[in-house]
Design a binder for this molecule. Sequence first.
Ligand code: HEM
Length: 423
Amino acid sequence: MTDENPDATKATNHLNLLNAGIITLDDIIAAGASVSRRSLPPPAASAAGAPVAAASRAAMDPIKVGASRDEDKKRVVVDGKAQVRAVFANLGNNYTVKGYGERSRKGFGDFFLGMDAGPERDSQSHDINKAIQSITAEEGFTLGLKATRAAYDTLDDEATTDRTWLEQVSDTFKRAPMHAFDAVSSYMVAAVTKDLFGIPDGELIVTAPSRSNLTAPSCCPYDFKVVSASLFKPDPKPEVVSGGPYLGQLLAKQTATLVARLRAAKTPPPGRLMQVLFDNIPPVEDDRLVRTLIGTMMGLPGLKAKIADMGTELSYDHVRDLLKPAVYKAMQQIPVPEAVWRIAAHDHVISGEKQVAVKKGDMVVVDIASATNADLKDNIADVSAIFGGSRTGNGKRPTHACPGYEMAMGIIYGAVAVMLQRA
Ligand code: HEM
C-alpha cells in the first residue's frame, strides 16, 4: 500500500481500525445470533463512542466445556468445542438429522440435508455437493465482487433522487451501518443466486429483502432466509414456525413452474448449479429437482457480508491476506448459524467437565457460537464449526458439512472488499 493509491490507503485505514477493534465487523456482519448475543453484555460505548470490540466481548464471555441436559425440556445443549465437533462427526451414529426432514416436509418437502448417511442420501447429494464444492474460493471471490457491485448498482438505480442510494442513506449509514449493509447483503445474495441458479427470475421469484404480504411471487433472499431459519434454528420464533412452511410451499410452487418452463424451452437453464441439477435429475423427477434446488439455495442467505476496500483490480490472495484476521474474528465472535440441532438416536453419554447422560429422542442443540468463541479466546482462527465441520480435514468428515465453504469464504471476501470500497 502506498500513498499514490488513495483507495488502497483507505482500505488499510479500515483494516487497521477493524483489526484494532475500533470498528467492528460484527456490527456489519450477520446479525441475529441470539445464543452468542444472549450471553453477551449489551454493547457498551467506548471512549470514542464506538461499540466495544468483538474480541473484548468474547473475553468477557465465560467459555463452557461440555454439555448440559434439561430433563423437563428433554434437551441437551452441547457447548464445549470438542463436543460440538464430536456431534458433527457423529462417529457413534448417536445423532439423526431427521428433525430437519420433519420440518421441511411441512414446507417445500424432503431434501438430503434432512436424511442421515446412507445410499438414498448419497444418491441425492453426491453430484450437487460435488459441483458446489468444486467452486473455488477464487471463483467465489470474483462472484462476490460482481454480485456486490451489482447490489450497489441496483440500490443506486432504485434511488428516488439523483443522489445515489448510499448518499441518501449516508446519515443513517453512519449511525447504523448494519442497516445499510443488511440491504446490500440481501441484494448481493440475490445476485449470487441469480448467477448460480438463475433465481430470482424476476417474475415467479423476485429480488426482495423483505415482504409485506404472503402472496406470490416468492421473494429472494427473504423467503429462503425464513425457510432456512424455520429448519435450522433449534427454537425458531413463532412467526418463523408458521411462516417457514407457508413460504416453503409457495417457493416449491413458484419454482416448479419455473422448472417446467425451462424444461419446455429445451434450452440450457441459466446458472451453473441449476445446470448440474438439470443434468443429473431426469424430468420425471422434477419434484425432487425443485426440493433439492430450494434446499441447496437455503445455504446462501447465510452469506451476510463483512466489509473492506482496495482498488478496483482486486486480487483474491491480497484481499484474503488483508481481511482474514478481521473476517475470521467477526465470524467466530458472532457465527451465523449460531446453533444447529440434532435428535439423539440412542442413549449415550457426553463427557466434558461432567458426564452428561443423553436420552434417545432428546433435542441436541449444537452451540456453534460456544465453540468458535472458545477458539477466539485461545487465538485459534477456525471457522469450520460455522459450516458444520470441514469436508477436507483429517478424520471422518461430518456427513452434512457444508460443501459451499470455499465458495462462501471467497464470496464473503469479495463482498467485504466492495463494501469497504463504498463505505
Ligand atoms: C457463509 C455461508 C454459509 C454457511 C455459514 C453455511 C453453513 C452450513 C452449515 C452449518 C451446514 C450444516 C448444517 C448441519 O449440519 O446441521 C451447511 C450445509 C449445507 N450447505 Fe452451507 N453454508 C454456507 C454457504 C453455502 C453455500 C454458498 C451453499 C451452496 C450454494 C451451501 C450449501 C449447503 C448444502 C447443500 C448443505 C447440506 C450438505 C449435506 O447435508 O450434504 N452452503 N451449511
